[in-house]
Design a protein around this ligand. Structure first.
Ligand code: UDP
Length: 371
């Protein structure tokens, strides 16, 4: 370790890795410290039985930003995987996202006109002019039947809150299509990096010093003293000692099993959209890479409220938390550029991977221009 670095990067996830890569390219020295025992944050993958296992939940890279796509392709070869998860509602199987296949299975309609009429009929008495929450937004988009079978139970399990208390934007992440197209994303580019995300992040931070198992906040002043600037990608409320109270996050718990069979569910992701099944989804990792191994690895994903000491995954961007975040953000802005807050936890935003890369590139360029 050197006595002094230009930058200390707190967190070896995607945001930190892109930031560090760009800094090194610009001739700056940096040190990455990471609380966990490994790099790559929540996109960390680990090989089990020859299969890349997404240890912190399924991650599918998708983007419409060509620059971001070309950028990540410099560090990994992407395999052309197209995400087409299915929903299992009490044994009934529906295609996702909501499209003509879903509508046909739900109502027997065959043409887009028939589907539109059916949805209009469903929402005639329920339409909200300005949908103010997830329930109103979902019903506006797809009607009550789909809301009840495929959205309501799943969303309430995933977020631990009634749909009427959740922001509408969460459901707008999902496309609604009047075509027979099961591609989960509307983006121009998507895929899974061959060899896993960990290898991709390793290439990003090649040649940069990383110290795992290192808790920045436990020895903050010591770490602050060894760099001119800090890029902090941990939870913003933790940085400020939770002085205004804790922001809420959803956490996840995973149960992973190796099964002595080739193919368990025939698809990478099956969502269990009823209320009663305790997990939200089952991931069968090999299908992300068209694996033909004799065994398979599956993970049941359970959603739970975050408590100190567990891993935060999803920011809960409802009104109450957004108002609290605004207070922390105001404090962060007073750090006069010496501390940069970034990523899902540092900015308390439901970022996808491409948006994380985009945000890191934008910020690092801005920082380098102003040095
Ligand atoms: N969603 C749902 N039913 C599904 C899949 C998704 O109701 O079968 C809703 C749910 O509210 C979820 C949101 O759509 O939180 C966004 O889903 P996405 O797949 O983008 O979530 P992620 O993969 O980020 O967990």
């Amino acid at each position: 370790m050197k006595a002094k670095y230009d930058f200390l990067i707190v967190g070896a996830g995607l945001y930190g890795a892109v930031f560090a890569h760009e800094l090194k390219k610009a001739g700056k020295t940096c040190l990455i410290i990471e609380k966990r025992s490994h790099i790559a944050g929540n996109i960390y993958t680990e090989e089990i039985e020859g299969i890349q296992v997404h240890k912190y939940g399924a991650h599918i890279f998708h983007t419409s930003n060509r620059e971001v796509w070309e950028y990540v392709n410099r560090f990994a070869e992407f395999n052309g995987y197209v995400h087409s998860p299915i929903a299992n509602y009490k044994g009934e199987i529906y295609n996702l996202p909501f499209n003509m296949n879903t509508f046909n299975r739900m109502w027997g309609v065959v043409t887009p006109d028939e589907a539109k009429k059916k949805i209009e009929e469903q929402i005639s008495s329920d339409y909200s002019k300005c949908p103010e929450n997830l329930e109103e937004q979902a019903i506006n988009l797809v009607g009550r039947d789909i809301y009840e079978k495929l959205i309501c139970g799943y969303t309430e399990k995933q977020w631990g809150r009634p749909c009427r208390k959740l922001p509408a934007f969460i459901i707008r992440r999902l496309p609604v299509r009047y075509t027979y197209d099961n591609n989960y994303f509307n983006d121009a580019y998507q895929g899974i990096p061959a060899g896993g995300y960990t290898a991709m992040v390793e290439r990003m931070i090649d040649g940069i010093e990383v110290r795992p198992n290192t808790d920045y906040l436990a020895e903050k002043s010591r770490w602050d003293s060894i760099a001119d600037r800090v890029v902090y990608t941990g939870p913003i409320d933790a940085y400020f000692g939770y002085k205004f109270g804790t922001l809420e996050y959803r956490s996840l718990r995973f149960e992973t099993e190796v099964l002595d069979m080739q193919n368990f569910q025939g698809c990478a992701v099956v969502n269990y959209t009823d209320r009663e099944t305790p997990y939200t989804r089952i991931i069968e990792h090999k299908h992300f890479e068209y694996g033909t191994q004799p065994k398979t690895v599956i993970t049941r994903e359970y959603s739970l409220e975050w408590k100190p000491g567990t891993e935060p995954y999803y920011p809960v961007n409802d009104e109450k938390n957004t108002a609290l975040y605004v207070k922390y953000k105001a404090l962060a802005e007073k750090q006069q550029g010496n501390v940069i807050f970034g990523g899902r936890l540092g900015e308390y935003r439901y970022y996808d991977m491409d948006k994380t890369v985009e945000a890191a590139l934008k910020k690092v360029r801005e920082v380098l221009e102003n040095i």
